[in-house]
Design a protein around this ligand. Structure first.
Ligand SMILES: [Zn+2]
Length: 283
């Protein structure tokens, strides 16, 4: 009886209709499962009012949070990726870029902006996980490198906000070259005597951890962020041992000396400002 049986197998939802958090008035914390008003959550810098879980947010939220009155000027806003390797997996790389641009409203996995933070000029590059897993390809590397050049030319400090699954597979060797390029620019920033602060957010892994994310004069992180090079499953399989509790959380990484401190997103702007006041030489 066809009305009794499913005529089609399974129920499939297209990716663009899947939502991690319910849209609308209420936000449910994935950590403590408590429900709060979305406005309350937003006013709390997208952290849970009950357990302080830091929801993943993108560049726009960080720019609004850090720049005075949310005012900033974006640099290289229209830079998009080429297809140097003519890479095809489940779809051709240019098609993947095109559909991700349409879906995310972003041009690539990083945005650079300049503006004032508590009255002092700053250059910020911020990654977006929503664009192919925040993967680092040529555009990400180039935007960061140019951001650092801008900081040097205009004598501003540089803040990098990382959130990444690592190098972008579709650009293979070209992605890996970004590690050297950004590191070289950071060395020039250092020679110019300008501060570099690296903020690691959930998650920061792979080639990003292995280059600019760990090169800060201060390396700081948001609470509970996953920070590592290879993922826990790979490490577990390689060493054939169970991993310690809390392995690769920001707190664990801090304990083992790889971070300077952990900063609550609600205090981020003021903490950064006081840190930079200490670091900037008087003009
Ligand atoms: Zn919570």
């Amino acid at each position: 009886m066809s009305w009794f049986r499913r005529t089609e197998k399974g129920i499939s939802t297209p990716t663009e209709l899947k939502r991690e958090t319910p849209d609308g008035l209420w936000y449910q914390c994935p950590e403590c499962k408590n429900v709060m008003h979305t406005r309350e959550h937003k006013n709390n810098s997208y952290t849970c009012i009950h357990c302080n879980y830091h929801e993943k947010v993108g560049s726009e939220v960080y720019f609004q949070l850090l720049f005075d009155e949310g005012q900033f000027e974006e640099k290289d806003a229209n830079m998009t990726s080429g297809d140097p390797l003519h890479f095809v997996d489940t779809k051709a790389y240019p098609d993947r870029i095109k559909s991700t641009v349409a879906k995310s409203g972003l041009k690539d996995a990083c945005r650079t902006a300049v503006g004032n933070m508590n009255g002092n000029p700053i250059t910020i590059s911020c990654m977006d996980f929503g664009f192919i897993g925040g993967s680092m390809g040529s555009v990400v590397g180039e935007k960061i490198a140019r951001g650092i050049v801008y900081a040097i030319e205009n004598k501003t400090p540089f803040l990098m906000i990382s959130k990444s699954g690592g190098a972008r597979m579709m650009e293979a060797g070209f992605s890996l070259m970004q590690m050297a390029k950004t590191s070289a620019r950071l060395a020039q920033l250092d020679e110019a005597g300008l501060p570099y602060i690296s903020l690691l957010t959930d998650p920061t892994t792979g080639g990003v951890t292995a280059s600019y994310a760990m090169l800060g004069d201060f390396n700081i992180a948001e609470p509970g962020s996953l920070i590592g090079f290879a993922g826990p499953r790979i490490i577990k399989e390689t060493i054939g041992k169970d991993l310690p509790k809390g392995f690769q959380t920001a707190e664990f990484v801090l304990e083992h000396g790889f971070l300077d401190f952990i900063v609550d997103r609600k205090d981020l702007k003021d903490k950064l400002s006081s840190l930079l006041t200490l670091m900037m030489k008087p003009a």
